[in-house]
Design a protein around this ligand. Structure first.
Ligand code: NAD
Length: 275
């Protein structure tokens, strides 16, 4: 069902579906999108300090009437704030903007080569201080995770990376499974870029669902957490109606065959850290 969760290593339940709010910069639009999502049953919001909408995310949560403890809130520390002290400061700013007492998950946004280990060390401290309920990172390859795992007192519980049918990340997903790191797919719909794929459209016809629903269901059946973004009320609802059908092993295999290691976003190893 819509409240389906993934249990993280520390026992915290993270909703398998959340609303991504990247590029929601218009105040009314953001408030209305989150309001709609919470009304149709979403219980997680994925934001970042970079997105510039933490104030609106906090407001939308408070005015929704849904209890704070029933909503899983994630935000991220932007690249220019990486390092131990800067991360602690950035967290305080985010918390203040969101106007919340704690966050459910705080992530390193990208693995800044010189500082990602220190950034994660600060995230561990926030966890120890009970300011966040789970630790995690984003855009970390295996080689980044290996470095963190070698030193961490608390292994990252989540890695949020680009995953969709054209970039399936089998190797990284296997590594994360082995180390009990939950995987969240960003751009789970490939920013909409996979939705006209003939194979996906064919499966959509077979199951009587939309291409977006098929792709999101495929993620769920792969044990991947998803945070699709939309500001369109009908699509926000559509993207949540994915718990009432199942793809067959043959359909799953057809989707698996679509991988072409194609990124719509940047490769964490080639990210332009221009600050
Ligand atoms: P997405 O794959 O969620 O695609 C969103 C786009 O797909 C929408 O703008 C819309 O054009 C289209 N769409 C959505 N639902 C649809 C539907 N039902 N039918 C047809 N088209 C539909 O891409 P995204 O916004 O890049 O990623 C989702 C979220 O992931 C972001 O909002 C953000 O929270 C997160 N994210 C994180 C990082 C990171 O570096 N950690 C990077 C990118 C995105």
């Amino acid at each position: 069902n819509l409240q389906s969760t993934k249990t993280l290593t520390n026992g915290i339940e993270m909703p398998r579906l959340g609303l991504g709010v990247y590029k929601m910069t218009e105040r009314e639009e953001t408030l209305q999108a989150i309001d709609k999502a919470l009304k149709v049953g979403y219980r997680a919001i994925d934001t970042a300090s970079l997105y510039g909408n933490e104030v609106e995310v906090g407001e939308a949560i408070r005015y929704s009437g849904v209890a704070r403890e029933d909503i899983f809130v994630t935000t991220k520390v932007w690249n220019s704030d990486h390092g131990y002290d800067a991360t602690l400061r950035a967290f305080e700013v985010s918390l203040k903007k969101l106007n919340l007492d704690y966050l459910d998950l705080y992530l390193t946004h990208w693995a800044v080569p010189e500082t990602f280990e220190e950034t994660y060390r600060a995230i561990q401290r926030l966890y120890d201080e009970k300011l966040i309920r789970a630790t995690g990172v984003s855009n970390h390859h295996e080689h980044h995770l290996e470095k963190l795992l070698a030193k961490a007192n608390i292994a990252p519980m989540v890695n949020q990376v680009e995953v969709h049918p054209y970039l399936q990340q089998d190797g990284l997903k296997a590594f994360c499974r082995e180390h009990k790191i939950a995987v969240t797919a960003w751009s789970p719909l490939g920013r909409g870029g996979v939705l006209n794929d003939p194979a996906i459209l064919e499966i959509a016809q077979e199951v009587g669902k939309t291409a977006a629903q098929v792709v999101l269901r495929w993620h769920l059946q792969n044990d991947t957490i998803i945070i699709p973004k939309s500001v369109t009320p009908s699509r926000i609802e559509e993207n949540a109606q994915i718990f009432d059908f199942e793809l067959t092993p043959v359909q799953m295999e057809k989707l698996h065959a679509l991988n072409r290691n194609q990124r719509f976003g940047q490769d964490p190893d080639n990210f332009k850290f221009d600050f």
